[in-house]
Design a protein around this ligand. Structure first.
Ligand code: GLA
Length: 395
């Protein structure tokens, strides 16, 4: 359950505007905003260029956020995807540390959600269905019999309305998407606003907000793959990772949580102390075998709703460090086990197995079918609001 706040009216207004505005009018508003932000942009370190054109003629834009410490983050309007994060290593060498493509066609083809905003539901919903009260909702199955990451045309494939904003010395992008009642089978018109903010403390903050006009479920996340070495020909197994979680969610053969909340102690899933990923990623362990490595949700310590440091990844040779702070109760640590050397890396070659890892902050997979898990239900009049920060540094 999410809180009702005084800001709710903003979303109601947003809902109303989107619902009543024709495509032509929407285009006009966008053009006006673009002109307006051109002036703001001169004071803001945000540049905009054309990334590509969809088969239906829609232009996909690329925005680049920069900060005072040499970090540059590229975001495209298609899927709100982060296509590159360039950052210096301990010797000042700037490299891209997130897996992506340089051509729109590669994002349009089958790909494992590189850099994408995920909605309406991050990770799996068993048998692609759930019920709210008397109503059962059938979703698109795109992962065996499961619904994965919102279905075949999830938020990762939506074109978001992107608005650069001025906020002191911060670089801000506001991304908006209006998902219609029944889209991918989910109930309710859902007005979603995601805000990306890059500051001079090297924090990339992601704020997710949404409102619905009918009871629904929601679990938004970001699916960036990191390889802090900056060399995607190398697996991420030499990184050290710490996850502030005393337990994790074991899965079945369809990668659906069994419902058990298992203590990590004495298992390969114990990341309470920083540990090299390679240490137990191929351990003789049933859960490791089911995931083909790590592909599980950790149950984070601390209070849901409180922003706290939940995971830290460190790459010693480059000195690059990533800290993940979140208000969410869980984090999916996925070690890129399904990457198979078929997707092109713009820097040369192809993305191989385990060439990137994800730390997807979220509620637990399959929560709509697991009453013991924290609820992912969103009711009309409530506002969904979560925050995650990727904080970059050099040690
Ligand atoms: C998530 C899932 C993985 C996989 C990737 C995308 O992280 O947990 O099993 O589906 O997305 O390939």
């Amino acid at each position: 359950m999410y809180k009702i706040t005084k800001y709710s009216y903003l979303f109601s207004t947003f809902l109303l505007i989107l619902a009543t505005t024709s495509c032509k009018e929407a285009k006009k508003v966008e053009t006006e905003n673009t002109t307006e932000t051109a002036e703001q942009m001169s004071a803001q370190p945000i540049s905009k260029s054309e990334f590509g054109t969809l088969p239906n003629g829609t232009v996909v834009d690329k925005y680049t956020l920069t900060n005072a410490n040499g970090i540059a983050i590229d975001v495209i309007s298609y899927g709100g995807r982060i296509t590159a994060i360039r950052m210096p290593d301990k010797n000042g060498k700037v490299e891209n540390i997130t897996l992506g493509f340089d051509k729109l066609k590669d994002y349009l083809a089958d790909n494992p959600y590189f850099g994408a905003l995920i909605g309406r539901y991050g990770n799996r919903i068993a048998n692609a269905q759930f019920s709210i009260g008397e109503n059962t909702y059938k979703l698109g199955a795109n992962n065996g019999t499961n619904n994965l990451h919102g279905g075949p045309e999830g938020f990762d494939r939506a074109v978001w309305k992107v608005t650069p904003k001025a906020d002191g010395d911060k670089s801000v992008l506001v991304l908006e998407y209006y998902s219609k009642d029944g889209e991918m089978g989910y109930p309710g018109n859902l007005a979603t606003v995601v805000t990306y903010t890059l500051d001079n403390d090297n924090q990339f903050e992601i704020n997710y907000e949404a409102e619905t006009d009918k009871a629904t479920v929601i679990n938004l996340t970001q699916h960036a793959y990191f390889n802090l070495s900056g060399d995607f020909s190398k697996p991420i197994t030499d990184h050290k990772v710490k996850i502030d979680a005393d337990s994790f969610l074991p899965v079945d053969e369809n990668l659906i949580p069994t419902g058990e909340i298992r203590n990590v102690s004495g298992t390969p899933f114990d990341f309470t102390q920083s540990k090299t990923v390679s240490k137990e990623i191929d351990a003789d362990n049933k859960q490791i075998a089911l995931g083909g490595g790590y592909d599980h949700c950790w149950v984070l310590n601390g209070v849901t709703g409180n922003l706290r440091t939940s995971a830290i990844a460190m790459h010693a040779a480059s000195g690059r460090k990533l800290e993940v702070l979140t208000t969410e109760p869980g984090i999916q640590f996925y070690t890129g086990n399904f990457l198979d050397g078929t997707l092109p890396n713009p820097a040369g070659g192809y993305y191989g197995k385990r060439s990137g890892f994800c730390l997807e902050t979220q509620h637990y997979p399959d929560s709509p079918n697991q009453p013991k898990f924290p609820s992912t239900k969103l009711e009309p009049g409530e506002r969904y609001k979560t925050t995650t920060i990727f904080k970059f540094s050099i040690e």
